[in-house]
Design a protein around this ligand. Structure first.
Ligand code: GLU
Length: 492
């Protein structure tokens, strides 16, 4: 059997997008599943749109996600170079071949001529396409254009009356008519190949067996198949992955602000790469069964193109957060702490250099919220009550604090608290026991007022640990202040 070889071919025009990451992931999974190779090729022929360094950044993000390549610009490989702009002589060889065989021609039309032709076609009610008027110029006509200073592009001579059939591994059979396709440029006047040409030469020479990419490329595929045929290359298996829609069912545009779309942004927010990979894998692909949490190796095991859907995938941010939360819960605490620290620092909550005691405190604080955390940046908002000097009492807390027995319970707690010297959760437990004995209040009637007074809210993580982390002075001040101002909560 032929060795499976897949590739991801980003253009270095921006950050790694969710859609691109998904194409890379599916290609990677397919290659790994079959013990094949995964290649990253940089398609940088659209030079006006290239952003310096974008390729390295995208590749760093792929690595972060755990998507590793076997051949690329950084490590080389037997079919390099892997950067298109370094392959110009290779493309030229194939352009020359097509020219020599009459399958392509030098085209001298100017943008103005093409625009005029387009307008005329539209005026006649026709679908605009390049007419190919300069397909068969005489040497004299060519010389005349050259003398005028026109620099030709090379156009592919699209065969007439041909049905192009794509057996797409995801979409099934898709047909296109060659008569709908005008002769298209394969080499620009400045010598750069167009995408549709370079991609064929590259995929063929790099022995790519499966071309997976976004559905938006489906309409390019018939042109590419024509080039494969013209050059006598073997046609790979194509798989066009469905679009990603936002929660409103609209095609996700790169400007859509309701969704974070770039992988680096997720990393900055403190998402875990395993969770992103898991989530992205399920954008258009689904395994058998109900299970949803998969490691990379499980994905490799289960992935198949048959189970990639034709229907668009919906990007559900809530589900991504949930999934990330699942991974955070299971991750070692130190890992979550190291993700949380930069966010706490940036928010000015903690110092740049932490003493061992302070580090221990922060670690306990993060541990307290590990269950609840959906992504690391959330730690700032979740732990706000530990860093404010005043407390904001939510309505439910006010209701609790307005109950009759509250001043008595809080006063007893304050008195005991003031006499304590150690504030470990166990010491706090003992204190509660004593207060219970003295006042006769226990359970909710005892804990709720204390939680409400010390934190301003009625729900939260473990109370003893919370109080322990708030520390002696803060708890005492907050409880006393509630006792002193109890009227505020009773609406008096
Ligand atoms: N450079 C193209 C893109 O970024 C790749 C398309 C393909 O995979 O053929 O969309």
């Amino acid at each position: 059997m032929t060795r499976v070889r897949t590739r991801y071919a980003p253009s270095p025009t921006g950050h790694l997008h969710i859609g691109g990451a998904r194409t890379a992931l599916f290609s990677y999974l397919l290659a790994r599943k079959h013990g094949g190779d995964f290649i990253v090729r940089i398609e940088d022929t659209d030079t006006e749109r290239n952003i310096p360094g974008a390729d390295e950044k995208q590749m760093a993000m792929l690595k972060w996600l755990g998507i590793h390549w076997d051949e690329s610009v950084d490590i080389g490989g037997p079919y390099g170079p892997y950067r298109c702009m370094e392959r110009l002589d290779i493309y030229n060889r194939y352009v020359d071949k097509l020219l020599a065989e009459g399958k392509a021609y030098l085209s001298y039309s100017t943008p103005e001529e093409r625009e005029r032709e387009r307008e005329e076609q539209i005026a006649r009610g026709e679908k605009p396409k390049y007419s190919g008027w300069d397909r068969d110029l005489t040497p004299e006509q060519r010389a005349k254009f050259e003398a005028e200073g026109r620099v030709p592009s090379v156009r592919f001579r699209v065969p007439e009356g041909k049905t192009i059939v794509i057996e797409d591994a995801i979409r099934g059979t898709v047909k296109f008519e060659s008569d709908e396709i005008g002769d298209f440029v394969i080499r620009r006047p400045d010598g750069r190949p167009t995408y549709n040409f370079a991609v064929v030469v590259d995929d063929a020479l790099m022995k790519i067996t499966h071309v997976l990419r976004g559905e938006e490329h489906l309409s390019n595929t018939p042109k590419q198949i024509l080039i494969y045929e013209a050059l006598g290359f073997e046609i790979p298996t194509f798989g066009h992955i469905p679009l990603i829609l936002n929660s409103e069912g609209k095609k996700m545009s790169k400007r859509d602000e309701t969704i974070i779309q770039f992988i680096d942004q997720y990393r900055e927010q403190g998402y875990l790469p395993e969770a992103i990979v898991n989530f992205i894998a399920l954008l258009g692909w689904s395994p058998e069964g109900e299970e949803e949490i998969f490691s990379m190796s499980e994905l490799i095991d289960r992935f198949s193109l048959e189970r990639v859907s034709k229907a668009p995938a919906i990007f559900d941010t809530g589900k991504l957060k949930w999934m990330n939360g699942q991974y955070i819960k299971k991750a070692p605490l130190e890992r979550i702490v190291s993700l949380a620290l930069p966010h706490l620092r940036k928010a000015g909550r903690i110092e740049e250099n932490l003493s061992p005691e302070r580090m221990e405190w922060v670690t306990r604080l993060v541990a307290l919220y590990q269950e609840q955390l959906e992504y690391a940046a959330q730690i700032v908002e979740l732990t706000e009550l530990f860093f404010r000097s005043d407390v904001r009492y939510e309505e439910e807390a006010k209701a609790v604090l307005s109950e009759e027995h509250v001043p008595m319970v809080l006063s007893a707690v304050a008195e005991k608290w003031a006499g304590m010297t150690s504030f470990a959760p166990d010491d706090i437990k003992d204190m509660f026991k004593q207060v219970q004995k003295e006042t006769g209040y226990k359970g909710k009637q005892l804990f709720m007022p204390v939680r409400a007074a010390a934190t301003g809210v009625v729900h939260g993580p473990d109370l003893r640990e919370t109080l322990s982390l708030l520390g002696r002075d803060t708890v005492l001040r907050r409880i006393r202040s509630c006792v002193d101002n109890i009227g505020d909560f009773r609406g008096k």
